[in-house]
Design a protein around this ligand. Structure first.
Ligand code: PEP
Ligand code: MG
Length: 750
């Protein structure tokens, strides 16, 4: 780039800044800008098109085209050259526009046939806001320097529009953030919620995109990058020996923080008149735009890392932390790209709902959201760019849908749905103390799943008979170091106290697979779900399990205690786990601590193999609980975390139900107490079919107990069983439809 173009673009930006600083109305500013650009670039035409809605661009200001066409001329995305720029987010630069694919002549603009055309997308952080166009009669290609200058101007325009610099009657941009948006996403925790947006990490606002003293800006950038480097190095030190993925991310941060190319590009942007912040954001925008197009997972991750690093740098430069002074609304719905379990726990039950741009069904955040019973939406595309703090938002975790700034009809329909649910809740409350007895006299035992102390109040409210599954891993997952035995035993004791004598089944640490402890070096496994996890880790490295068993014994302090071991795949694993418990008891006895008056030991049946275990296993095991989430993924060989396959096979598939029936038969034969504690136990139709297969104890989310019990109390279980048997005899693949149809014939809609 020559000195002269550098100062040209700086001059242009300088004039732009003056125009923006003047106290004029939005439209006047836009007009000035087009005039300024056309005269600086020596073109007859300069126009600014902004998005009116997600599909339509509107000519908002022009120098050279007919003034009457402003706010009249509209284009669909993809239509004409301007529409193509908007659609592809790529510059179109041509000396012979009429020959270009998609060229459209728009007589209403008084457009003569302009030969040259250069259109640059106006985008902010990967979000398309409009198109900046220059046109001239003379057939010429715009030079790389000229297109660069246009890009910089487009970026400043984007920044200014975001700041509301063009607020006016016709301001399409402002309209954009007022429009209602519907996002179809995924659901990681059911439930519905209405509230107001709380951005977990609010966007950094760059208020000074243009600077006239490059020296100062370069110095600011240098200092900020230094601070960033020091910060990343510190994080790396702190994470040494920890989670491999986290280390990989931090290494990537360090790589970017030391990247000469990155630095150089930002320095050259500053030399052309941008402020340090704007230079960082310009790079960030480019990375975001690439992110949209890249399909390679690794590359996408790295672009995400660059995005994070840019955010950090922006925060350093602007001094804007997560605290922006905004107040947490009374009904907050958290919006974030992603969130860790610890941060989520800090918000606790104050949140009404959570909407993540990324996230996964099995993530730690999802585990916490589930434990807190807060609706959680994942893969909500663009939510962090669309949502502003305080926006009205409705979250439908049942359907995986987010309504941002919903219009009145949506609000009404959604509120109707919530009201119906509330009505149903009242109905459930009225049967809270009644038994889950079917019309033909079968009484089901309904217990709840828990994982946090905060879950325990639900024990009373939901009418659960006890805690059928207490997932102990949360206390391990949300800490940065291994919890101490004394901490665990205090917590378990509080859980037992809160249960007031009702049975709590503690499951020993179930880590590995998707649950990786930050302070344990993870094994690099090609197939973690089939890898070194749960009891396998517990038996191979028994230190943690011993500590946990001791904590449990101590917490019981003489009271009855129930413990189950996760992921037992064969008899010998169970006996070795029991042996560990025997040793723990022995230690406690020697130390003079009281032992539980009754110790109930069981296993989770999560692999098909255990259903075929030798007779002696069924003779010896104290009780069994079917971990349907894992069992189903192994039964169908369909990863429970993989969106592509996780819903592919129906729990009510005849093969799966028949398999479960076989397990019930074996347990009945040996009088082995059996329960089912996967998510399906909390879905009324599934729960009913499980009961029809002979299960009598189901453990579920507390919120599911009401709906499940309500259904049981209205059905004849023997008839449901007959429907299933008939469907099986007729070769149906799934019994879902036959059972649903039967229920409908009884006036029950599920
Ligand atoms: C299961 O696998 O069904 C289960 C209850 O355990 P988790 O979901 O914690 O793996
Ligand atoms: Mg499991």
């Amino acid at each position: 780039m020559s000195e002269s173009t550098e100062s040209e673009s700086r001059k242009l930006l300088g004039r732009l800044r003056e125009a923006l600083a003047e106290d004029s109305a939005g439209q006047e500013r836009l007009d000035k800008i087009t005039h300024l650009i056309a005269s600086s670039m020596g073109t007859e035409v300069c126009s600014i098109y902004l998005f009116r809605d997600s599909e339509t661009l509107e000519l908002c200001a022009t120098e050279g085209l007919k003034a009457e066409s402003v706010h009249q001329t509209r284009l669909r995305v993809g239509e004409g050259l301007v529409g193509r720029v908007a659609k592809s987010s790529h510059i179109i630069n041509t000396a012979d526009a009429p020959k270009e694919k998609g060229f459209r002549y728009m007589p209403e603009t008084g457009e003569e046939i302009y030969s040259s055309f250069c259109g640059v997308p106006i985008q902010r952080l990967g979000e398309n806001l409009g198109v900046l166009v220059v046109q001239s009669k003379e057939a010429r290609d715009f030079s790389a320097d000229e297109t660069y200058a246009l890009e910089v101007v487009a970026m400043v325009l984007a920044e200014m529009t975001e700041l509301g610099a063009f607020v006016g009657e016709h301001d399409a941009m402002q309209a954009r953030h007022r429009q209602s948006v519907l996002i179809k996403a995924g659901s990681a925790q059911e439930g519905t919620a209405e509230g107001h947006v709380w951005l977990h990490e609010p966007r950094v606002v760059v208020t000074n995109p243009i600077a006239d003293d490059p020296e100062t800006e370069l110095k600011r950038l240098d200092e900020a990058v230094d601070t960033l480097r020091v910060g990343v190095d510190k994080m790396l030190e702190g994470a040494a020996g920890g989670d491999k993925e986290q280390l990989q991310v931090l290494e990537a941060y360090r790589m970017f923080a030391n990247s000469k190319g990155w630095m150089k590009r930002m320095q050259s942007d500053i030399a052309r008149g941008l402020s340090a912040e704007a230079a960082v954001e310009k790079e960030q925008s480019t990375a975001r735009a690439r992110m949209e197009q890249v399909t390679d997972a690794y590359l996408r991750e790295r672009l995400h890392d660059l995005d994070d690093v840019s955010n950090r740098l922006l925060r350093i430069l602007t001094g804007q932390g997560a605290q922006t002074g905004a107040e947490l609304p009374a009904d907050p719905i958290l919006v974030a790209r992603n969130i860790g379990p610890g941060e989520l726990l800090e918000y606790g039950r104050s949140l009404r709902g959570i909407v993540l741009e990324e996230g996964s069904v099995g993530s730690h955040a999802a585990i916490v959201a589930r434990a807190l019973a807060i609706p959680l939406i994942i893969h909500a595309d663009r939510i962090t760019t669309e949502a502003l703090n305080g926006d009205h938002i409705m979250v439908d975790g049942d359907q995986g849908i987010v309504h941002l700034r919903p219009d009145e009809t949506v609000v009404n329909a959604f509120r109707d749905k919530i009201a119906m649910q509330a009505e149903a809740q009242e109905r459930y409350a009225s049967i809270r103390d009644k038994p889950a007895t079917t019309l033909d006299g079968v009484t089901m035992s309904l217990t709840m799943n828990a994982g946090l102390m905060a879950d325990l109040p639900s024990l009373e409210g939901s009418g659960a008979e006890g805690v059928g599954l207490f997932r102990t891993e949360l206390q391990f997952l949300v800490r940065s170091q291994m919890p101490k035995r004394s901490e665990l035993s205090a917590l378990y004791a509080r859980v037992m106290d809160a249960a007031k004598g009702k049975r709590v089944v503690f499951r020993t640490l179930d880590i590995g697979s998707d649950k990786v402890l930050p302070y344990m070096t993870p094994e690099d496994e090609p197939n973690p779900a089939l890898g070194w996890r749960a009891i396998r880790v517990g038996l191979d490295k028994p230190g943690v399990m011993r500590m946990q068993l001791q904590a449990l014994l101590r917490a019981a302090n003489g009271r009855p205690l129930s413990v189950m071991f996760p992921f037992i795949a064969q008899y010998e694993e169970y006996t070795r786990a029991v042996w560990e418990m025997e040793k723990a008891k022995e230690r406690e006895r020697k130390l003079g601590h009281p032992l539980p008056e009754k110790l109930d030991l069981g296993a989770m049946l999560e692999t098909p193999s255990l259903g075929f275990a030798p007779q002696k296993f069924f003779d010896e095991v104290g009780f069994l609980s079917i971990g349907g989430n894992d069992l189903k993924q192994f039964f169908f060989a369909a990863d429970r975390e993989n969106e592509r396959v996780r819903k592919r096979y129906d729990t009510l598939n005849v093969s799966f139900l028949t398999f479960l029936e076989g397990i019930v038969a074996r347990c009945n034969h040996n009088a082995t107490p059996l329960s089912f504690c996967g998510e399906d136990a909390g879905r009324p139709l599934e729960a009913l079919c499980l009961a029809a297969m002979g299960l009598r104890t189901l453990s579920m989310r507390p919120a599911s107990i009401g709906p499940v019990k309500n259904l049981f109390r209205r059905v004849n279980l023997a008839e449901v069983r007959q429907v299933i048997i008939d469907a099986r005899d007729q070769g149906e693949q799934s019994v879902r439809k036959p059972v649903k149809d039967y229920l409908a014939s009884q006036g029950i809609i599920v």
